[in-house]
Design a protein around this ligand. Sequence first.
Ligand SMILES: [Zn+2]
Length: 256
Amino acid sequence: MLDSHCHWNDDTLYPERNEIFKRAVEAGVTTFLVVGWDVASSKKAIEIAHEFPGVYAAVGIHPENLEGCDDHSLEEIRRLSFDPKVIAIGEIGLDYHWFSEETERQKQQTWFIRQIALANERNLPISIHARDASQDTYDILVEHRPNAGAVLHCYSGSPEMEERFAKLGLYFGFDGPITYKNAANPKAAVQACPLDRILTETDCPYLSPVPYRGQRNESSHIVEILNAMASLKGIPPKAMEENVANNFMNLFHVKL
Ligand SMILES: [Zn+2]
């Protein structure tokens, strides 16, 4: 099994990363993508990736972390992207949830586009964070195609938008919310997702699945997410596991 989006570089998980790795491997989760959200967390993701087998890194600047970012920050991300353990640029994208001002949203769009350009220059796929910004995310991806592929992480948008994103060749990552009883949107999104585009992720330390909801999340909980995904799709967990592994290899060009 694999966790295609986790934050062991977060302060709450970083000191315990040895135990987190161990518990995950014991649970059968053996591949991990640790994702950065700014320059410092991207550096940390790379550091962690070099500590453990099966751990990879994504480097990038999240739309909520643009304050103080300048050309130098982008150059740093570019420099980091040359590390052999880096398999993606991310997480990058748009988050309009807390940002209602047009100038702020434009700044997010500019940085999203700049980092897609960087990914294309480096021939790396991107990991996208899109919150309350489906249409603008779509429009940017149409105009600035990520040439090496992309995943919409923690997808919970409408099945209609999902179909349009799928037509662009995107992958979709699903997390703990697909196990929540009343989470109709994430469940519907899994059901509408093409099997060859689906990925498991925890986004730990956030979004713990049932029965750990409300507690700190960690990568061993992929088991609950994979099982929920398999039952929503009506296929055996083992078949879903193999399917997800193939999708991960196709998107990130990593041999598992
Ligand atoms: Zn994340």
